[in-house]
Design a protein around this ligand. Structure first.
Ligand code: 26V
Length: 818
């Protein structure tokens, strides 16, 4: 009987039914009447009304995977920077307009309640946002996937600017509850730390197996969030773990009258999911961070194995039915953990366990910065995870033997590939562990992948040629075009129809419209409206009034020396100087926006924020500038702010020191929204240039191999600075306190660093950057030509859809049909 398969609850999606369900949710789930409902109540009720419809699809997707016995993908990531979910879910379910109408009949403005939804900031930057785009794309292209991470009570800190300085405040995104999540108390797993390892022997005294007896125990409890794919095709699960005390311990302690002891246990468990580490390089080596990594990896593996055993009975088929992806090395501890479970719990021998483990795991590397490559002190590892340390030694012995047997590795090379770094305090190298424990290791752009082969993983690449592969990053066009830029989306639909909405490559059809003057005018009008929206926000938040006809030049990303916000600011200072010295010239009005958070412990990054604010204050107030240049530092850059800023950009700043930005994904978002890029040949900029064409992008500065040559053959920044009048003047002004009269010495050290070593090649690239900026100005004066190029950008970056990236992962790494 076919009726059995149908959902007996089938919910209607017309505005009247939705309105009725919103009222019902308000009344029966929040206990509120419309007369007393707050905007937050309306938000929660709206989400719940749509959520019910998502649940039907969710159950459907899960059933199908189970019945058809599809291979499942598990994406392990310590970060998921998902942002707001309401617009995403409503729009992917195709319910945006019906919900707008339904709420309107109830006297509620959907755009108003949308801004109340907190931004789920469970990530630092690019790596976390990529994980969020991937989750949405996996649901869109129909891959049965689970994301696994931590449900941080405090995500990324909120940034305020006080007197120009960054101040960090805790972000309490769960304050009003989270209508998207489902707590799964029954899905709880025990996680251990510390203790000792016992060897069990048989009667003859032969070693049978090892048993880890942890000293501390706690529970990981699952919280599930549905992830809806485009057109509601499939709904996957993002499962985030929260730390809880193991109840019996707590009860024992309470019963014994040890209330303080019980509280301590509870706090310890709580601490594991309390905060996201707000740094994306350095600061490693902290015990709590390693605990977080093991906590979520171990919980996820128990969950995965339990599901696999319940459908297949036996673990021998693991690599055929399961793909586990490691988003950077943060979950790399899952490799020895799976080995431990297979050997110590399921009784396999080392060789079989190792074969299954390698067949199951794949690893993505997201950075080559030496300070961001994770290593952990062996001592800490031994204390926290004694059995894992033994297993790592065993893996190391095995694979170093393999390397020696090839005859291609001398002692020095063996030391380099070893999982244990031996000099100056022994440490476990998580990158090498992830590499040897995976069947695939990928980079995130073509250049980054080449550099991986030539630098950090050169020796391992020689031992396992073919293991390293490239998967250039992507972004989801649903969030980064359809939702954030409805004006442009509507215009594109008018021009080329809707095909691009299911296949971003079809944006190509827009190319033909670049030469159409009337289309260009409409395109310019959309950009103008987006700029007005950003100008209004700037006025509201900062009290700065902007002219929307000025060029909006935007650099938004984490503050890092290698991303070179400093280069951008110095160029602004030089331009300021030029405008003052040559008032007669025809200057192009520009607004330079900067935004981004600095790691709380990163001194120079915080100083750069202060400099941006100091420079902004002086320039914006100087009447001699006549409004031709404005500098704006936008506080608290996050996903929601990006959604407003990116559609309003004319110029996208992607100016990292070549060889240092693994990929970048902001670069793709800007191009998709019709901004022109000024950038170095770094990360995915190289491929963006190939797609949009050399004439439609501004490239400047040293290439990666030139940077490497400068560094190895000696580079004298002082000489470079002496030769550049503009640069020298700008540096002198900053260094002597022109922008910091209250503390003239504030930037002395920062600028001295440029004279002394200039590791990030700011001086080396300055002239080229400044010159290219004047070419940008020249193009801006020719508005039709500017817009022609901008349209080519939109038309030609469809390839950077994360759907394309995910299909490549599925086919080439996971072995999952798409
Ligand atoms: C490293 C560490 C080190 C210890 C403390 C906490 C922490 C947190 C995160 C990280 C990894 C940072 C790596 C990262 O975010 N890479 C970025 O990945 C993007 C997605 O692939 C890519 O577009 C950016 O270029 C790359 O910087």
């Amino acid at each position: 009987m076919t009726t059995e398969l149908q959902n007996p609850f089938e919910l209607k999606t017309d505005p009247q039914s939705l309105a009725a369900d919103i009222l019902s949710a308000l009344r029966y789930r929040s206990g509120k009447d419309p007369t007393v409902a707050t905007p937050y109540d309306w938000l929660a009720a709206s989400i719940k009304a749509v959520r019910d419809r998502i649940i039907d699809q969710w159950i459907e997707s899960t059933k199908e995977t189970y019945e058809q016995d599809e291979k499942r993908v598990y994406y392990l990531s310590l970060e998921f920077l998902i942002g707001r979910l309401m617009r995403d879910a409503f729009s992917n379910m195709g319910l945006m307009e019906d919900m707008r109408a339904a709420l309107a009949t109830l006297g509620v403005d959907i755009d108003l309640i949308a801004t109340l939804e907190p931004d789920a900031a469970l990530g630092n930057g690019g790596l976390g946002r990529l994980a969020a785009c991937f989750m949405e794309s996996m649901a869109t292209v129909g891959i049965p996937a689970h994301g696994y991470g931590i449900r941080y009570k405090n995500g990324m800190f909120r940034q305020e600017i006080h007197d120009g300085w960054q101040v960090e405040l805790p972000e309490t995104w769960l304050e009003h509850g989270n209508p998207w999540e489902f707590e799964r108390r029954e899905r709880a797993f025990e996680i251990g730390f510390g203790g000792s390892v016992e060897s069990i022997t048989d009667k003859a005294g032969r070693l049978e197996r090892h048993v880890w007896k942890p000293q501390e125990r706690l529970l990981a409890v699952a919280y599930d969030t549905p992830v809806v794919g485009w057109r509601g095709n499939r709904v996957n699960t993002l499962r985030l773990w929260s730390g809880h005390p193991v109840d019996p311990i707590l009860l024992d302690a309470f019963n014994a009258g040890d209330h303080i002891g019980a509280l301590r246990e509870s706090n310890k468990a709580d601490a594991l999911s309390r905060v996201l580490y707000p740094a994306d390089s350095s600061e490693a080596g902290q015990e709590l961070r390693l605990r977080q990594e093991y906590f979520f990896s171990a919980a996820s593996l128990q969950d995965i194995l339990q599901r696999h055993i319940s459908s297949h009975g036996d673990l021998s088929s693991l690599p055929d039915r399961v793909a586990i992806h490691l988003n950077d090395t943060h979950p790399a501890i899952a490799i020895p953990e799976l080995m431990r479970l297979l050997m110590d719990v399921h009784g396999m021998d080392f060789d079989k366990a190792w074969r299954l483990t390698r067949g199951t795991f794949a690893y993505t590397n997201h950075t080559l910065l030496p300070e961001a490559l994770e290593t952990w002190p062996v001592q800490l590892f031994e204390r926290l995870l004694p059995r894992h340390m033994q297993i790592i030694y065993a893996i190391n012995a095995e694979f170093l033997l393999e390397a020696r047997a090839t005859g291609n590795f001398n002692d020095q090379q063996i030391r380099r590939i070893s999982l244990i770094h031996e000099e100056g305090g022994r440490r476990v190298r998580m990158g090498n562990l992830a590499f040897v424990g995976s069947h695939s290791v990928n980079g995130v752009s073509a250049l980054h992948t080449d550099l991986m082969k030539e630098t950090v993983f050169a020796d391992l690449h020689r031992l396992y040629p073919g293991r390293i592969n490239n998967k250039t990053n992507g972004i989801t066009p649903r969030r980064w075009l359809f939702q954030s830029n409805p004006g442009l989306t509507g215009l594109i639909r008018e021009a080329i129809g809707d095909r691009f909405m299911d296949d971003a490559a079809a944006l190509k059809d827009l190319d033909a419209f670049a030469d159409d003057a009337s289309f260009r005018e409409k395109f310019a009008a959309v950009k103008r409206a987006n700029k007005e929206r950003l100008a209004a926000l700037t006025a509201e938040r900062l009290g700065i009034r902007l002219d929307p006809s000025a060029m909006f030049d935007i650099q938004i990303k984490r503050i890092h020396e290698y991303k070179r916000q400093l280069l951008n600011i110095i160029e602004a200072v030089a331009l300021y100087d030029q405008i003052r010295s040559h008032p007669e010239r025809d200057w192009v009005p520009r607004v330079k926006f900067l935004g981004g958070k600095a790691a709380p412990s990163y001194h120079n990054a915080k100083l750069i924020i202060k400099l941006a604010n100091d420079v902004a204050r002086v320039i914006n107030r100087d009447p001699a500038v006549r409004g031709l240049l404005k500098v704006v530092f936008m506080p608290n850059y996050n996903v929601s702010l990006a959604e407003v800023m990116i559609p309003a950009a004319d110029l996208s700043e992607q100016i990292s020191t070549a060889g240092m930005e693994a990929s970048g994904t902001g670069n793709m978002k800007f191009a998709l929204n019709g901004a022109l890029t000024i950038g170095t040949l770094d990360g995915a900029n190289v491929e963006i240039k190939q797609c949009v064409g050399d004439d439609n992008i501004f490239i400047f500065g040293l290439a990666a191999e030139e940077v490497a040559r400068h560094r190895s053959q000696g580079y004298e920044p002082r000489q470079v600075i002496e030769r550049s009048h503009e640069l020298r003047q700008a540096l002198a002004a900053i260094s002597s306190g022109v922008f910091s009269p209250d503390e003239p010495e504030r930037y002395r050290g920062l600028i001295d660093g440029l004279y002394q070593h200039d590791w990030f090649m700011v001086a080396a690239d300055f002239d080229s950057f400044a010159e290219t900026q004047r070419q940008v100005d020249a193009l801006w004066r020719n508005s039709p030509e500017w817009h022609r190029k901008a349209i080519h950008n939109v038309a030609r970056v469809g390839w950077f859809s994360s759907d394309r990236t995910i299909r490549q992962y599925a086919e080439e790494i996971w072995g999952v049909p798409v």
